[in-house]
Design a protein around this ligand. Structure first.
Ligand code: DLZ
Length: 158
């Protein structure tokens, strides 16, 4: 596949908006926590790297990816919250639930973003194997958490 070795964490920060006064919510699924913790750290570090203040980043966990939507809504409903980043890992094969979970989260997160008119970022890693998920957290495909944070910053500059 042509994109097999693409590192998703490569990005151009030259046009990033000032996020020094922006508030971010991180919603992190505890399912596959060893990986979601790495995604969360990637997102957190990326926000700090580009000017966010640590005290303006609110990290909350939810049991599994299915709960990301409601967790996002809990944070997005606050007027002072500027963007919400949802992070989870769903491994196909581990569960027949995967399609239901992924579709529900994709639709739910979209609705929350539209309802509150602010970026709600879909940082859900969906793979066939655990190894592929790790590749997207700290491997050859970068870190999806970094990518999700970059997406949030880009949308705040829209
Ligand atoms: C139940 C379940 C299963 C089977 N697989 C995953 C998964 O791969 N990744 C994930 O984040 N969560 C999974 N869950 C948990 C659901 O997301 C949810 O937490 C429960 O169904 C309770 O609503």
């Amino acid at each position: 596949m042509a994109t097999a070795l693409q590192n998703l964490s490569d990005y151009d920060a030259s046009n990033f908006t000032d996020i020094s006064e922006k508030r971010f919510g991180l919603v992190v699924a505890e399912w596959n926590r060893e990986i979601t913790d790495v995604l969360s750290a990637g997102a957190y570090d990326t926000l700090l790297k580009h000017g966010a203040k640590a005290e303006n980043i609110y990290r909350n966990t939810v049991p599994g990816s299915f709960e990301l939507t409601l967790g996002a809504q809990f944070l997005a409903q606050h007027d002072e919250m500027d963007a919400v980043i949802c992070l989870g890992v769903v491994i196909r094969g581990e569960t027949k639930h995967d399609d239901y979970i992924c579709h529900a989260v994709a639709q739910g997160i979209t609705q929350v973003g539209l309802k509150f008119n602010k970026p709600v970022i879909f940082g859900l890693v969906t793979t066939n194997t655990l190894e592929q998920a790790w590749d997207r957290a700290s491997g050859k495909h970068g870190n999806k958490g970094v990518e999700a944070a970059v997406a949030a910053i880009q949308m705040l500059g829209f």
